[in-house]
Write a protein that binds this ligand. Structure first.
Ligand SMILES: *Cc1c(COP(=O)(O)O)cnc(C)c1O
Length: 500
């Protein structure tokens, strides 16, 4: 199976090439040329399989040139009890019949990004070997907070790679910032950017497509690649857990094999929900994909009107990993829905770049509406959902997952659809502990406490322990001090790599 660029100006490549390159040189994203399928009988068999076996099966379908041994090595090296603190890797919790939470944050950095970023470095080094790529691979990452840390953990000390992470200096939580600037490893670099996530992401995209930098690196025997969800190797491992959730529901008798479910995803860059879309295309019986946004509701407007318009003010919310106005992975969806019309997709993306806006045609929009539904939650609504779920089920949601739950309630009210539903839970509540504390603790308990002290208070109140990865994070040694403007990002990269 070949992978194609969504912009159509670069030839089809193998899976190994697509993963090694990260993004296509024409600025497009790599998309599988054809989508494999899984039938009901296979889903039935999967009920008795471990998470690792399910992952290996699904990934093999998209990575034809990988041997089963190679895929097993990638999967078993990533999903094991040293890295994940839950034997099921992505456990499904039933809050009440029909309402399920899939916890995707049992990996080393307490956010769902680990599900992909523990396996991506292994896919990448295997891919590079396969295509005879000898260059040192430089991973460039722009992060809204969680990807950066997860990528640093995934790539630290991986031979033949170096990783450089840019995060918005004032756009991440204190815990997230401390997680990144205290990162250990001998191939890691971290810098704060004076700007928001979109500035950092645009900066990284410009560096990726700069012929001058590509050449400068080449002379040093280096090549850039991406760990953002523009890399197909990031998306593929995410398809697995939606399939696994469906199989779990069948196995425990919550649904009958073949019955349709809904999936709710708290969305920022459209990566995680796109993985659910691919699960649906593969043949998992999914009715609606519910796209939950925060006040940066550019996707909600797009799904409702067919107009994507990023010309609006950027809101800082208590679900910062979703504070995004340019959702990169939407490009892949448009490519799929237009039947791989790269010319049309290029035109929309050019319009987005030039004017910040594009409008899709009626046929494409009606397809979007058939599959997706969207609404958004304000910060106040998000906190209300955390409180309500804690009071009703004694289950603690993080702010992102609370956005999803809030939007799901709106969906049920407006549509009356009570099908069995899975909510993707994207972070541990402790990762965004100070906001969660506001929803759960009394004002007296919160007063005068900093973000780290609030974690302790939250732990005492809920009798839940703070995950190892975050415990005492404020007392660790800061190792990375660089802060730069968006315009200086190129220079920063070259100086990290000791290139004149
Ligand atoms: C990254 C992230 C999201 C958004 O995921 P996308 O793939 O960018 O849509 C949501 N919640 C958390 C906690 C995240 O880290």
């Amino acid at each position: 199976m070949k992978y194609q660029s969504s912009r159509g100006k670069y030839g089809a490549v193998s899976a190994a090439q697509a993963i090694t390159m990260g993004i296509s040189p024409d600025g497009g994203l790599f998309v599988p040329g054809r989508i494999p399928s899984i039938n009901i009988e296979t889903l039935k068999q999967m009920e008795s399989w471990t998470y690792q076996q399910r992952a290996a099966h699904v990934m093999q379908l998209f990575l034809e040139e990988f041997s089963p041994e190679e895929i097993e090595a990638c999967v078993n090296g990533a999903y094991n009890q040293q890295k994940f603190d839950h034997a099921q890797i992505a456990p499904l919790i039933e809050l009440e019949p029909g309402l399920n939470i899939q916890e995707l944050w049992h990996g080393p950095t307490c956010a769902f990004k680990d599900m992909a970023l523990q396996v991506l470095p292994r896919l990448l080094t295997t891919s590079a070997n396969k295509i005879g790529e000898n260059s040192e691979i430089i991973i460039l990452v722009a992060t809204s907070g969680d990807t950066g840390k997860a990528a640093l953990e995934g790539f630290k000390d991986v031979p033949g790679t170096r990783i450089i992470v840019f995060f918005p200096q004032d756009g991440v939580s204190e815990v997230q910032k401390m997680q990144m600037i205290t990162q250990e490893g001998n191939n890691v670099h971290v810098a704060g950017v004076l700007g928001n996530f979109d500035d950092a992401q645009n900066g990284v995209k410009n560096i990726f497509t700069s012929d001058q930098i590509i050449e400068q690196l080449q002379r040093q025997g280096m090549k850039m690649s991406s760990a953002n969800s523009i890399n197909w190797g990031r998306l593929l491992p995410q398809i697995v857990y939606y399939i696994s959730a469906y199989v779990d529901l069948c196995q425990r008798g919550s649904i009958k094999l073949g019955e349709t479910i809904n999936i709710v995803v708290p969305t920022g860059n459209f990566g995680n929900i796109l993985a659910a879309y691919y699960a649906r295309r593969i043949g998992i019986p999914i009715n609606r994909l519910i796209c939950a946004a925060n006040s940066n509701n550019v996707l909600t407007d797009f799904i409702r009107t067919g107009v994507y318009d990023r010309n609006r003010s950027f809101e800082k919310t208590i679900s910062p990993s979703m504070d995004i106005l340019i959702s990169s992975n939407l490009e892949r969806l448009l490519y799929e829905l237009t039947g791989h019309d790269s010319q049309q997709v290029s035109q929309w993306m050019d319009e987005l770049k030039d004017s910040g806006r594009y409008e899709v045609d009626e046929t494409t929009h009606s397809q979007v509406q058939e599959i997706f539904w969207s609404d958004y939650a304000t910060d106040a609504e998000t906190l209300e959902s955390i409180t309500a779920v804690w009071n009703k089920y004694h289950y603690l949601l993080d702010t992102h997952t609370a956005v999803a739950l809030n939007v799901y309630e709106k969906y049920q009210q407006q549509t009356g659809d009570n099908s069995c539903t899975v909510i993707a839970s994207t972070a541990s509540p402790f990762k965004f502990g100070s906001s969660v504390a506001q929803a759960i603790l009394s004002p007296e308990l919160i007063k005068g406490k900093n973000e780290f002290e609030l974690l302790e208070a939250l732990s005492v109140e809920t009798a839940m322990s703070i995950p190892e990865a975050i415990k005492n994070i404020d007392k660790r040694k800061v190792r990375h001090h660089t802060v730069a403007s968006a315009a200086e990002m190129e220079e920063v990269v070259l100086s990290f790599l000791n290139i004149e």
